[in-house]
Design a binder for this molecule. Sequence first.
Ligand code: ADP
Length: 486
Amino acid sequence: MAPQIKYTKLFIDNEWVDAKSGKTFETYNPHDGSVIAKVAEGDKADIDLAVAAAKRAFHRNSEWRQLDASQRGEIIRKFADLIERDGQYIAELESYNNGTVMNFASMFVGSFVKTARYLASCADKLHGDTLAADGEVFSYTLKQPVGVCGLILPWNAPVGMFLNKVCTALAAGCTVVVKPAEQTPLTALVLASLLKEAGVPKGVVNVVNGFGPGAGTALTHHSDVAKISFTGSVEVGKLIQQAAGANNLKRVTLELGGKSPLVIMNDADLNLAVPYAANGVFFHQGQICIAASRLFVQSGIYDKFVEAAVKHAQSIKVGNPTDPTTQNGPQVDETMMTKVLGYIEKGKKEGAKLLCGGNRIGTTGYYIQPTVFADVTDDMTIAKEEIFGPVQSILKFDTLEEVIDRANNTNYGLAAGIFTTNVNTALQFSKYVEAGVVWVNTYLSFTPQAPFGGFKESGIGRENGMAALDAYLEVKTVTVSLPKKV
Ligand code: ADP
């Protein structure tokens, strides 16, 4: 049975309101393309209201700013408990609106509850230092919240991105305006309702659904917004960085795309490497920025590996995301499905060897067969551009030196991985590969404590862990005159 749609309005100042324009937009189920709901479409006027509410909530005398840091932590902890309470519903709604298969959606919700609890426990551990300052002074630093933050979310992991960004901002003491992706507006509204239930004072968290050029740009250009945290494409990330410098000088955290190399050495344990490599690129239908979309396999095991990789891809069960046995669901919408199929055509045209998959499945919904290309070369489009779909591209290499240089020959630098039983190889690769996250004999392994973000065009700044909190804080130095001699 379809999950109930409880909220479709904007959430501003702890109230549910229509868009000022009265406009709505439709949101869809990617399993069959059917319309799920009509959602209020926020624009500049609504962003102005939401930012004003967040600004009031950030005033030094506001209820929020007067809370002890530990009380902020308590609210986030309560929020985590409520997500746990409603986890099944949240997972179902996520699956319904973006095609995440139910097993993964439940797992995602569970892991993001852990993240929220981690961030709750950080709230009262954000402190400055006393300095060993020269001269007749006493100096110390304070870490203080940056102010109103605009949080712009992607469609591939709406619940996770909301929780991660919002809980980090709240732990730091900021107030926020969230702009979910237009493809997936629903779960953010449910999470906003739980924040209200958890006791977040009014104006601290606001959610304005809408489109990039409308609500998105209004938020990134607003002069009362001190920081933007964005997850999405490189193209929009660049626009956001420009906008951030247009009216005031906003801080930015950008978590953008990737073309992540995963290297399989001759000495790797193939029983591990084959399924990890497959999961690394097929997980969530390939709609993850850290997808292992350039799979470099050393020449000594290349043929054997390719054969096993094809077998693995063919064994993946694609279907309705609500079926508990389904491993891969649909792409999020027709636009993305068409884009991925276009990349597959390019791969064929440019001479990559298509070993399995390559086609749309059926004619309703946005399903694509898990696809494996072998004999991919560095100059092919499928080896250079982010596909964001279930397409494994296998490239052959001979030496570690060669593969490090080839892995780094990209403007991206989000994640990388290596499978090897040689510790020197693992450490040398980890040292020289240009990526914000490196996995050794594993892939897609996340914990709330570990910072996450990219080198080069994969982004600016880090999310997760204490590094993420720093990005929501200003350091203030206080210096007090103090004679040395008593
Ligand atoms: P994708 O290509 O994966 O759909 P985008 O980078 O286009 O990702 O979008 C990610 C988020 O950024 C969405 O919430 C979208 O509405 C928003 N967005 C798109 N364009 C802009 C823009 N010019 N300014 C601010 N936000 C934008």
